[in-house]
Design a protein. Structure first.
Length: 307
C-alpha cells in the first residue's frame, strides 16, 4: 500500500515500523483490516519527523493508542498508524514541591499509571482500574466509570498538531463532556496528546490498591472481560443507558457472524471465538442501532472510533 520509496523514508524517521499490518493483532477487538504502516514512536524527535513527512507526502495518519477503542474496517487504513512508547510512557512528579501533581506521558498504560500512583501514595484515579488503553486515549475520550472521569483531574494537556507545533493547554481551554474531550484550536483526530498533568490527592497505598481491586471485581461481575471487545460500544444517551435500551429491545445474544451482543452486558459487542470480521461487527452495530431507534426513537452513537 506504500511504495518501497516511502517505506524507506518512513524507516529513516523511525526504526520501529511494520508495513501491511493486520490490525486484528493490535486492537482489543482482535478484528480489523490492514494498515499500510504501524509505527512505534519513541520520542518527540521521531514524532516530529513523521508528522513533517506525512504532511509533505500527504499521507493520512492517526494515533491508535493501545488499540482499546478502535475498529479498522476490513478494507484497511491506507496510511500510518502511530503508537507512543519510549519517552511517552513515563510518569513523574511535576515538581518536587508539589507532591500531588504528576505528569504522565500520552503513551503510558493506564495500568502503569495506576501502579505508580499506588506505589507513591496518590489517589483519585482508582475508578480507571481495568480500563485498557493509554493515558492519551483516556483523555481523548474523557474516560470514566462509576460516576467519575479523568477530566476531573486534568490540569494541563501537552499536545502537538499536524503542523508539528507543540502547545500546552490548561484545563480552562478544554471542553470536557461525556466520553469526549475537545481542545481549543485542535482536531484531536489530527493531533497527538504528548503528556498530561493531573492533580491527585495523598492516599494510603494499601487503600488505593484495595479500591482498585474492588472496582476490578465490579467489572468482572458485570462485564464480559474474557471476550475480545472494544469496551462499551455505544455512548449512553442522556438520561438513560445504552445497555438497558439494547437489552429491552431483546438483542442480548444477537449475532452476525462472529460478532455478538454480549449476554453479560448488552452494551458490549464481543468477538465471540475470535473469528469476527470488522464487517460482522459493523453489521451488528447497524442492526442494534436500527432496532433501538424503531422502538425508542433514540439513535445510539458509537463510542468506538471506526475508520
Amino acid at each position: 500500500m506504500l511504495s518501497s520509496r516511502r517505506q524507506q523514508e518512513i524507516r529513516a524517521c523511525c526504526d520501529s515500523v511494520s508495513f501491511d499490518v493486520s490490525m486484528a493483532a493490535y486492537s482489543t477487538f482482535k478484528a480489523g483490516g490492514p494498515a499500510a504502516a504501524l509505527v512505534n514512536i519513541q520520542d518527540l524527535v521521531q514524532l516530529s519527523a513523521l508528522l513533517e513527512y506525512c504532511r509533505s507526502e500527504e499521507i493520512p495518519w492517526r494515533v491508535i493508542g493501545r488499540g482499546s477503542n478502535i475498529l479498522v474496517t476490513d478494507s484497511g487504513f491506507n496510511g500510518i498508524l502511530f503508537r507512543l512508547g519510549g519517552d511517552f510512557r513515563t510518569v513523574q512528579l511535576e515538581n518536587e514541591s508539589e507532591s500531588t501533581i504528576i505528569t504522565a506521558g500520552g503513551g503510558c498504560l493506564l495500568a502503569d499509571l495506576l501502579g505508580w500512583c499506588r506505589r507513591n501514595g496518590l489517589g483519585g484515579l482508582e475508578f480507571l482500574a481495568g480500563i485498557p488503553g493509554g493515558v492519551g486515549g483516556a483523555v481523548r475520550m474523557n474516560a470514566g466509570a462509576f460516576g467519575h472521569s479523568i477530566g476531573e483531574f486534568l490540569q494541563v494537556v501537552s499536545i502537538i498538531g499536524a503542523d508539528g507545533v507543540v502547545e500546552e493547554k490548561k484545563a480552562d481551554a478544554l471542553i470536557l463532556d461525556y466520553r469526549c474531550c475537545t481542545v481549543e484550536g485542535y482536531d484531536l483526530d489530527q493531533a497527538v496528546i504528548l503528556s498530561v498533568t493531573l492533580q491527585l490527592q495523598e492516599a494510603d497505598g494499601e487503600r488505593v490498591a484495595k479500591d482498585m481491586q474492588n472496582y476490578m471485581l465490579q467489572r468482572k461481575k458485570n462485564q464480559p472481560l474474557a471476550s475480545p471487545s472494544a469496551g462499551s460500544f455505544f455512548k449512553n444517551p442522556e438520561g438513560d443507558y445504552a445497555g438497558r435500551l439494547i437489552e429491552a429491545a431483546g438483542l442480548k445474544g444477537a449475532r452476525v457472524g462472529g460478532a455478538m451482543v454480549s449476554p453479560v452486558h448488552a452494551n458490549f459487542i464481543i468477538n465471540d471465538g475470535g473469528q469476527a470480521t470488522a464487517a460482522d461487527i459493523l453489521e451488528l452495530m447497524h442492526k442494534v442501532q436500527e432496532k433501538v431507534r424503531k422502538q425508542t426513537g433514540i439513535f445510539l452513537e458509537p463510542e468506538v472510533h471506526i475508520f
